[in-house]
Ligand binder design. Structure first.
Ligand code: ASP
Ligand code: MG
Length: 420
């Protein structure tokens, strides 16, 4: 059997869902489990809804209406007959959010977030599975929360692999024998049956979990790009498709911020030696990229750009050395504010890191650090990572830029820069 994953961009409108149908129709020679994300920008919209509801900064009911209209329009485009059961089911998916909005927000933010944001995936898969049945493909809608068990870490659920593997193997192979399975990316549930999410863009990871547990022959992620490119086309006019990539290079590239696949996706696949294909849902015959176990290194240098970086330099107040107990204290403060470090450098008396500017939690972190350390910070920087760099590639990215911090090892060069 194989696993396919379709992201939000691939199902952003009725035509997208029809195209998904064509992709699936062209691959009927295998049993297939299909993982789907929320449609278009739904997750962002529902995140906004949570913020408005909890902080009262806007009208949550209006945002809910917008999400409902968007999905109704897609369902209507696909099923013009108003009596079709999909319309009721789509409406019902939002009832949970209506109930939450009726109460004042007493529950912890991250918990509420998961209960609300998960609706995006539940409603998208409802529409997709009805559509596949409509075009004659026998399809079963499966609730990923019945299979993926996580701990109670809301918004970043950690998967309990033993139980998840057992649950998946108990039920799904039998269903897959004579039906397609459509299920949600991004969501799981706790042992008390509360919904959790696996972290933004986590649907790729969900697909890898299902593929690994089912010992799939392969996982294919269908994207709006032709495969893994050596840079995001947003930054370069000319990019190159990488036809083959080792698991290791794929992990390194995603670790440094390549957004083509979620960083957690590779490891479960690598453990089971399951190849990962990244292909275009626009040009479904093209080969795309194959990620597998190989000793070949990347054929071309790859570039990863991260904008909106904050450089934080931390010095002990008494000018003492940066020693292990300071470092462990510093890291625990980063962890407490859910901040991930993109680049770090330490000297005898200072420790510097570059992080994404994620807003209020960065301010809270800075305040927290200032209670114990001397802290300096610089905003508005850009982090450029080059894998398999050489001087020419460095010169290419440094035009009109000034280097603030630079780190090199034999394969990777990281440059934290400021625009001149
Ligand atoms: N819908 C979720 C998100 O946008 C998960 C995913 O797309 O992978 O983050
Ligand atoms: Mg997405």
């Amino acid at each position: 059997m194989q696993v396919f994953k379709f992201g939000g961009a691939s199902v952003k409108d009725a035509d997208g869902v029809r195209n998904l149908g064509r992709v699936v129709q062209a691959h009927q020679d295998h049993a297939l489990l299909i993982v789907v994300s929320a449609m278009g920008k739904t997750t962002n919209l529902l995140e906004k809804l949570v913020q408005y509801h909890v902080y009262g900064t806007g009208n949550a009911a209006d945002v809910l209406a917008e999400a409902q209209q968007y999905h109704h329009a897609i369902a209507e485009g696909l099923f013009p007959d108003h009596r079709h059961p999909v319309h009721n089911e789509v409406a019902n998916r939002f009832v949970e959010i209506e109930w939450i909005l009726e109460e004042p927000p007493m529950d912890p933010y991250d918990y509420l977030y998961d209960q609300i944001v998960a609706v995006g995936e539940l409603v998208s898969t409802t529409i997709v599975s009805h559509y596949l049945n409509e075009i004659g493909l026998k399809t079963s809608w499966v609730d990923a929360r019945d299979y993926i068990l996580t701990d109670n870490t809301h918004r970043e659920g950690r998967v309990d692999w033993n139980t998840t593997t057992a649950r998946i193997n108990e039920q799904l192979p039998r269903i897959l024998e004579n039906q397609l399975v459509v299920t949600q990316g991004f969501i799981g549930s706790t042992s008390e049956n509360f919904t959790t999410t696996l972290g933004r863009e986590g649907s790729d990871y969900s697909a890898a979990i299902f593929a690994a547990c089912l010992d799939a022959e392969s996982l294919t992620i269908w994207k709006d790009v032709p495969g893994v490119l050596n840079a995001d086309p947003k930054w370069f006019d000319k990019t190159e498709l990488i036809p083959e990539l080792s698991y290791l290079d794929a992990i390194e590239l995603t670790y440094y911020g390549a957004t083509v696949i979620h960083p957690k996706t590779i490891k479960p696949l690598k453990n089971k030696n399951i190849p990962l294909y990244v292909k275009s849902f626009v040009d479904i015959e093209s080969r795309g990229t194959q990620i597998k176990s190989t000793n070949e290194s990347l054929p071309v240098p790859s570039f990863i750009f991260k904008v909106n970086q904050v450089l934080i330099s931390i010095l002990p107040k008494d000018f003492s050395f940066i020693v292990e107990d300071n470092l462990s204290d510093i890291f625990s403060r980063f962890h407490a504010h859910k901040i991930k470090v993109n680049m770090m450098h330490n000297s005898a008396v200072s420790f510097s890191v570059s992080i994404d500017n994620t807003g209020s939690n960065v301010d809270a972190l800075l305040e927290d650090l200032q209670s114990r350390y001397e802290v300096q910070h610089q905003h508005g920087l850009e982090l450029i990572t080059i894998r398999y760099y050489n001087q020419q590639t460095i010169d290419r990215v440094l035009v009109a830029k000034e280097i603030i911090m630079e780190l090199k090892d034999s394969y990777t060069c990281q440059l934290l820069v400021r625009k001149l």
